[in-house]
Design a protein around this ligand. Sequence first.
Ligand code: TYD
Length: 142
Amino acid sequence: MIKFHPTVNHCQLIDLPKIHNRAGNITPVQANEDIPFDIKRIYYLYDMPGGESRGGHAHKNLKQLIVAASGSFDVVLNDGKETKKFTLNHPYFGLLIVPGIWRELVNFSSGSICLVLASEKYSEEDYLRHYKDYLNYIRTGK
Ligand code: TYD
């Protein structure tokens, strides 16, 4: 049995540093300082048709910071009981998603870029791709 099951309330918006410059801004993200994990992988989603959805899965161990590097989209989180929606529309806010949370990314604005900082390298074994399997996993740990 899982002793501790994370909830959507363990996921939070992080207000990242913003360095202003008249020629534009910089947002640095330092591992274990601005976010509570080491970064082993970065990936980004782009060229999504406007209004398209992604996600629809959970991870067993992965921690992620999701940033709207450009444009906007909504992240809908679910922990088997509660659902919480976050709108990401500024590059200096990141949504921290802890392991064991079901997520869907919806309502991409056209031309948006979703930047993801991840605590682990890609592993298909870490995915729970069916909601029924996810519910079973959080209830039984298997
Ligand atoms: P997936 O995480 O399912 O994307 P989304 O939930 O955003 O629709 O990944 C889509 C495909 O890309 C899947 O076949 C696995 C592959 N992929 C990698 O090979 N490496 C990665 O780091 C990621 C995130 C995905």
